[in-house]
Design a protein around this ligand. Structure first.
Ligand code: M6R
Length: 608
């Protein structure tokens, strides 16, 4: 969850670290810190609670020293509160260390090395730094190798040793790290956004190896007896720095909402062959879809919500069970999964620890696994049997928007291909389905033109501490995501309910002026949903209704109606997603909150 970066080279290290941390800040923003190696003063640490901008001001006031080598960290607190002491980097003797992950056996290590009196923070990371200092006898590879054998949990480390000026060492287990040797120097970071200003060529730091960065060289060593050198597989980035900038938008979230039509096209169009979905360029064979007797979809948060939609799309056509499970639950179950099960794991980052663990468990049970991932080369993408990359470009805002749409697009294409090869759709039906999916793209564009209208209607929502999202069938699945979006960036308590379920308890919470955001786009349950809306309206709710253009709505039913382009029922999710995202966005703006970096959250959840 934390962001880490290391740089050594000819340029101004402090500037590179601070800029890199700004780009990584979405991974955590409780505190930030850097350690700089200078000729005059050796290694100096600067760290501060709060955002990278705080750290920048602090550094500007406290150091003018020039450094060409350093490490930096932006923290999402796990062990120990949000304090300057608990901020990284941690100094221990000759070791300066930053860490992303959780050292699960830090308590045992503290006892074993009698560290209680020495520790100045409450973090597991400082324990790792102090143990490393004890192990260090002048050979960084030996000490790091020994440390890696002792640690339980997850880590991405960058380390500087006092007597190794200009060198940075890095290693990881589970937590992500990428590195590159560029003309501007050598870099290592938890995420590509910190590397792309300098290079498009990079490698994923392999687990069980140690990376040594010197100003003009990056070497990788295996943890064998001789620390033999290892050559990594090089990868290249297919997006540029512009994609990771706001480009005139006030927030990443708004930019990413607007990028959705383009991201949809990038994900869908290269996979159409003769009017049908075709995954042969992804290396995904048809027998993966033909042979399975059930599907399990596993993911977290927004990604899990796309699974809920997929279930409602797939099951009625494929007539096989489609089960959606939250990854953090699945990983501790004894799941009904076998070698006839297709497990689809969904993750924007490809690094979510629970999703990764669930993937590994599914593989142990013999399932065939397909991941839908946005970040190229991420751990989930590499470990699953097959990967279908979404081409959304980097998603920086913590609240997921364009990742949701493209994950859905990928799932819809899988549903279509499966239905076709299993004989559930004729060629004409499959072509029609795909055409309808493509029609969703201009519908999203139309929805975006309603941004000002939506901005004008959130006033009522932001005055209330609660909001309810209701719908039936697919509309319920969309509502789950609408509620998550609203709560995570506006801090309004929001819950989604299947509209018919309200009267079994929750309707007790509906009183005068409570906002109810109702979605009614599914024809076969339309009149039922309308009746449920009447029930809340009768109890004084303030109803915002999302309904298709042309559907006939009694004017007394809703306080506000947001009209959705008239698509086939199965595809209304796409414009509705835009509308619900805009509601959440403008609610957050209306409350003057930090839209892109909401409290307590981080973009990439790499701890349990
Ligand atoms: O990177 P992932 O797609 O695996 O992330 C899963 C969730 O943490 C994520 O979808 C989260 O719920 C969203 N950022 C919320 O907007």
């Amino acid at each position: 969850m934390c962001g880490i970066i290391g740089y050594t080279g000819p340029l101004d290290g402090k500037k590179i670290l601070l800029e890199g941390l700004s780009g990584l800040e979405y991974r955590g923003y409780d505190s930030a810190g850097i350690a700089l190696c200078t000729i005059d003063s050796g290694i100096e640490v600067f760290k501060k609670v709060g955002k990278v901008s705080n750290l920048r001001d602090y550094c500007n006031q406290h150091t003018a020293a020039v450094s060409h080598c350093g490490i930096g960290h932006t923290r999402w607190a796990t062990h120990g509160g949000v304090t300057d002491e608990n901020a990284h980097p941690h100094r221990a003797g000759r070791v300066t260390l930053i860490h992303n992950g959780i050292i699960e056996n830090y308590h045992q290590l503290t006892e074993r090395y009698h560290l209680e009196e020495e520790l100045v923070s409450q973090t597991d990371s400082e324990v790792a730094a102090r143990v490393l200092d004890r192990l260090y006898q002048g050979d960084p590879l030996a000490a790091l190798g020994e440390l890696s054998g002792m640690l339980e949990g997850s880590y991405g480390f960058c380390v500087m040793f006092d007597d190794q000026p200009g060198n940075i060492y890095a290693m990881r287990s589970v937590s992500p790290l990428v590195a590159a040797c560029t003309r501007s120097g050598s870099l290592v970071a938890s995420d590509l956004t910190a590397l792309i200003p300098y290079t498009r060529e990079y490698f994923v730091v392999p687990e069980g190896k140690i990376v040594k960065l010197t100003p003009y060289k990056v070497n990788i060593y295996s943890l064998d007896e001789n620390f033999s050198k290892y050559t990594p597989e090089m990868m290249s980035v297919n997006w540029n720095m512009d994609a990771a900038m706001k480009n005139g938008y006030p927030h990443f979230m708004l930019k990413e909402i607007h990028e959705q039509p383009e991201a949809m096209k990038n994900t869908i169009l290269p996979r159409i062959n003769k009017g049908l979905p075709d995954f042969s360029d992804d290396g995904i064979p048809d027998d993966l879809f033909a042979d399975c007797s059930q599907i399990h979809v596993i993911a977290c948060g927004t990604a899990m919500h796309t699974g809920m939609v997929a279930q409602a799309i797939m099951e009625p056509v494929l007539r096989i069970p489609v089960t959606v499970t939250i990854a953090s639950e699945f990983r501790y179950q004894d799941p009904l999964v076998d070698d006839k099960t297709l497990v689809i794991v969904i993750s924007q980052s490809g690094e979510t620890i629970d999703t990764l663990a669930a993937l590994r468990l599914a593989q142990e049970y013999g399932a065939r696994t397909l991941s839908i991932v946005n970040v190229k080369g991420s751990t989930i993408a590499r470990e699953s049997d097959y990967v279908l990359y979404t081409h959304a470009g980097p998603e920086i805002a913590v609240a997921s928007t364009k990742a949701y749409s493209v994950q859905l697009a990928a799932l819809y294409m899988i549903a279509c291909r499966m239905a076709y090869i299993r004989g559930k759709y004729s060629r004409e039906e499959a072509v029609r389905f795909l055409t309808d999916l493509l029609d969703a793209v201009p519908a999203m564009e139309t929805m975006l033109t309603q941004a000002d209208f939506i901005k004008g209607i959130v006033t009522h929502i932001i005055q209330s501490p609660d909001a309810f999202f209701i719908g039936r069938g697919l509309d319920y699945a969309f509502s789950l995501e609408g509620a998550l979006k609203l709560k995570e960036i506006s801090y309004i308590h929001a819950e989604a309910y299947a509209a018919g379920e309200l009267k079994h308890g929750t309707i007790a919470l509906i009183s005068e002026k409570v906002p109810v955001i109702a979605t009614a786009t599914q024809q076969h349950v339309f009149s039922k949903t309308i009746s449920n809306i009447r029930e809340v309206k009768a109890r004084g709710a303030y109803v915002i209704l999302l309904a298709k253009e042309g559907s006939i709505i009694d004017s007394s039913l809703a306080d506000v109606i947001i009209r959705i382009p008239d698509l086939d029922d199965r595809f209304t999710v796409f414009p509705i997603a835009v509308a619900l995202q805009l509601i959440a966005y403008y609610a957050s703006i209306g409350k003057n909150l930090d839209v892109d970096q909401p409290r307590n959250l981080a973009k990439s959840v790499t701890v349990e």
